[in-house]
Write a protein that binds this ligand. Structure first.
Ligand SMILES: [Zn+2]
Length: 156
């Protein structure tokens, strides 16, 4: 058998649709001839790929069902996490505004507490030792106001 005959019979060889004698002959040739073996390997690969395509075709609703399940999971996730309903910039802005309000509130509270302490004379003296010179210019405003006026002074 020459290479041309072998190649013509490769498909039948793969299907094992040849007499035992010819099967053995082609098998021996494939072990010796790299060119025919290459053709056989390509044929084998083609059938492997075709086999996979056939398997997917046998389950035509697979992808539909899969995408439905993914959608269901996504919907459930967004129900659990209400933050997902808002775009990220809105959430971030809301958080920054909240943080700013909390910061101003606590700044005022803490400063009012320290001013009420300063009203008693003994603690006023103690505070006189402890406070730094930068607070001497305190105008009686709230802490944020004092900060703003300090900043505008610096800018002038
Ligand atoms: Zn050959």
């Amino acid at each position: 058998m020459n290479c041309r005959i072998i190649k013509n019979n490769l498909s039948a060889y793969q299907d094992k649709n040849l007499p035992e004698e010819k099967m053995l002959e082609i098998k021996n040739h494939l072990q010796m001839c790299s060119e025919c073996f290459q053709s056989f390997a390509e044929l084998d690969f083609t059938w492997e790929v075709l086999g996979q395509v056939e398997k997917f075709d046998s389950a035509p609703f697979f992808w539909t069902r899969l995408s439905q399940r993914i959608e269901e999971k996504e919907n459930r996730k967004s129900l659990i996490n209400p933050l997902q309903w808002f775009p990220i910039p809105v959430v971030t802005t809301a958080f920054l505004i909240f943080a700013f309000i909390v910061g101003v509130y606590f700044g005022k509270t803490i400063f009012h507490q320290s001013t009420s302490i300063q009203q008693t004379t003994i603690e006023q003296e103690v505070n006189g030792f402890l406070t730094t010179n930068s607070l001497d210019e305190y105008t009686g405003e709230s802490l944020p106001d004092a900060y703003v006026s300090l900043m505008s002074e610096n800018m002038q």
